[in-house]
Design a protein around this ligand. Structure first.
Ligand SMILES: [Zn+2]
Length: 435
């Protein structure tokens, strides 16, 4: 049972959202409230073993979030002053299931020796294992490996000579996997079970590099999730390795949406399902060559601000928070021009029941962008577009409550944070290949 104060706070929140949502329907504030509802069940949750400190966090708030005692959380992480935590610091959550990989200490190892072999600091490994940094280990003693620091022996298997993975990915953002091999291999890879579109990298000083994106749903984790890489050797033996990547908590709001009874008919699968199937079939294509390397440009002028951000968790009519806003909404009057953020090929340009007048661009390697609710659509399927080309005009077609642009980025079908694609360095993904 929640205590009375929590209950009061909860009621206030409920009232706030009910009032807000009523005002959304009354005022027709631009939003596409139904888009999350129509693709349920594509996210998974896992018990967090670690948590990465986000801007605005306090240790007290984090302890509350995971339901652990403040003193236990501080002790587990060797924190003497609870006011001193840093953004980006990885905290161990005491009592939570840990699925971190473990290595065995060699004879004569100190914790510092193990840390050095992993490319980690002794403080990191000590905090993770709740050990004193100066400890000597007995041979075979299990030591938990920090995320993103696989041991050197794990990085090569068969003809694979190097594997690059991000140390962590924030929920909703996209990381990148790169695999080096002594000859070109027919590699397959999965990310938490999602098949990845592995493509050869054109840049590569030595050996052969192949790469894939790691698109992370806004509702995945936080926790550790597997990347599995596999190929069949020339003797027919299947070789595979599984690595763990830490998904850390993103900063997303939650939203309760009450759909009036008279809108119920809009959720009829006969009305919503055909376009979902059509879009997922398009988004499954991964063999188009990568057509962009620069950051995307904003598809609408800077004077049109975000009215509803990517990633907001959504509950419909009191149900679970099992879906999220798949794109970024920009409020703009009807008739404002929408432009291509990067080079690509138009693969869909037609009116859809829910998404209204829609354009989808294939930017290659499994990366797609979508533009919904347009009043005018200038595109035809098969057309090549360059960055800045006009695609259509802002509108409120389909299931929309006012004029706005809904912009989304899909990778292998997963809706990821579009704003990451406007950031400097997105084209090279922070990976220096061949160094
Ligand atoms: Zn939207």
């Amino acid at each position: 049972m929640p205590n009375p104060m929590q209950a009061i706070r909860w009621n206030k929140q409920m009232n706030f959202w009910c009032r807000l949502l009523t005002s959304i329907f009354l005022a027709g504030l631009a939003a596409c409230l139904l888009l999350g509802l129509l693709e349920p069940g594509r996210a998974q949750a896992q018990t967090p073993a670690t948590y990465t400190v986000q801007p605005g966090d306090t240790l007290f708030v984090i302890a509350n979030r995971f339901g652990v005692e403040l003193a236990d959380l501080a002790a587990a992480n060797g924190i003497a002053d609870i006011n001193l935590i840093a953004v980006g610091q990885v905290l161990v959550i005491p009592g939570a299931e840990s699925s971190l990989p473990v290595i065995a200490a060699r004879p004569g190892d100190s914790l510092a020796d193990v840390a050095a072999r992993l490319g980690a600091t002794v403080e990191q490994v000590a905090a993770l294992n709740q050990m004193e940094p100066a400890i000597r280990l007995f041979p075979g003693q299990p030591v938990q490996i920090p995320p993103g620091a696989p041991s050197d022996t794990e990085l090569r298997f068969g003809a694979v000579t190097d594997v690059r993975l991000p140390g962590q990915i924030v929920q909703g953002r996209t990381g990148r996997l790169a695999v080096q091999s002594s000859r070109l291999l027919s590699l397959t890879a999965t990310w938490n079970g999602l098949p990845l579109g592995v493509q050869p990298l054109s840049a590569g000083a030595e050996g052969t590099w192949q790469s894939a994106f790691l698109p992370t749903p806004a509702l995945l984790g936080p926790g550790l999730f597997p990347v599995e890489i596999e190929y069949t050797a020339s003797n027919g033996v299947v070789l595979s390795r599984t690595f763990s990547v830490l998904v850390s908590q993103g900063v997303y709001d939650s939203q309760l949406i009450e759909l009036p009874d008279d809108k119920g008919g809009l959720l009829d699968p006969a009305f919503t399902q055909p376009e979902i199937e059509k879009l997922y079939a398009l988004w499954a294509v991964t063999d188009t060559p990568l057509l962009w390397s620069e950051p995307f440009s904003r598809p609408i002028g800077l004077e049109y601000p975000t009215t509803s951000p990517y990633g907001t968790r959504r509950s419909y009519n009191g149900g679970p928070y099992s879906s999220y806003h798949a794109g970024q909404d920009f409020g703009a009057p009807a008739g404002v021009t929408v432009t291509a953020p990067g080079d690509g090929v138009v693969v869909l340009a037609e009116p859809l029941n829910v998404r209204g007048n829609a354009v989808v661009i294939d930017h290659g390697a499994g990366v797609f962008t979508g533009y919904w609710h347009l009043s005018e659509n200038f595109m035809t399927p098969g057309q090549r577009v360059a960055v800045g080309d006009p695609l259509g005009l802002v509108g409120t077609t389909g299931l929309s409550t006012g004029n706005h642009l809904h912009w989304e980025v899909r990778i292998y079908g997963v809706a990821v944070d579009p704003l990451q694609f406007l950031e400097e360095g997105i084209g090279d993904w922070g990976l220096t290949i061949g160094d």
